[in-house]
Write a new protein. Structure first.
Length: 134
C-alpha cells in the first residue's frame, strides 16, 4: 500500500469519491535522453463522466508508482542521514478514454508532467547549491 510510505494512491481518493477505474496502464515518460520515469494512466468513470489521470511519485532521484517502488527508494536511501520528501505528480483531464486523442491528450499531459518534474529538479538543484548562511 502506497499510503503507508507516501501520499495515498490516486485510486483511493477517486474510488472514495464515486469514480470507478475503467482502464489502467503503465508507461514511461522520457524526461531527457538520460532519464525515463514510470507513469500510470487511469481512465475513470462516474455517472456519465469520464476522466483520465496520469501520475507518478518522486523521492529525490527515485520515481515510482506503488508501495513496492516506494520501499525500493527507501532501501536505497538507508545510508543517507536526510531523506528527500515524497512528491506526487498528478494531471487530470476529462475524456472518453486514454486513446481518444493520443496525439493531443497524452502529449499535452506528458508535457505538463515533464514541466512539473523539470521545475522541481531545478528548484531542488538551486536549494542544494545554496550556502547554509544564505
Amino acid at each position: 500500500r502506497v499510503g503507508v510510505v507516501c501520499p495515498h494512491h490516486p485510486s483511493v481518493c477517486y474510488r472514495i469519491n464515486g469514480w470507478r477505474v475503467h482502464d489502467k496502464r503503465r508507461t514511461s515518460l522520457s524526461i531527457d535522453s538520460n532519464q525515463s520515469i514510470p507513469i500510470e494512466w487511469m481512465h475513470l468513470q462516474r455517472d456519465r463522466q469520464s476522466i483520465v489521470v496520469a501520475y507518478t511519485y518522486e523521492m529525490g532521484k527515485y520515481h515510482f508508482l506503488d508501495g513496492s517502488g516506494a520501499r525500493s527508494a527507501q532501501w536505497n536511501l538507508l545510508s543517507e542521514s536526510r531523506w528527500p520528501s515524497v512528491t506526487k505528480y498528478l494531471v487530470q483531464t476529462r475524456l472518453r478514454s486514454v486513446d481518444q486523442d493520443p496525439d493531443l491528450v497524452r502529449h499535452k499531459m506528458e508535457e505538463i508532467l515533464t514541466s512539473l518534474l523539470s521545475w522541481q529538479a531545478d528548484a531542488s538543484s538551486h536549494d542544494a547549491n545554496k550556502s547554509p548562511d544564505a
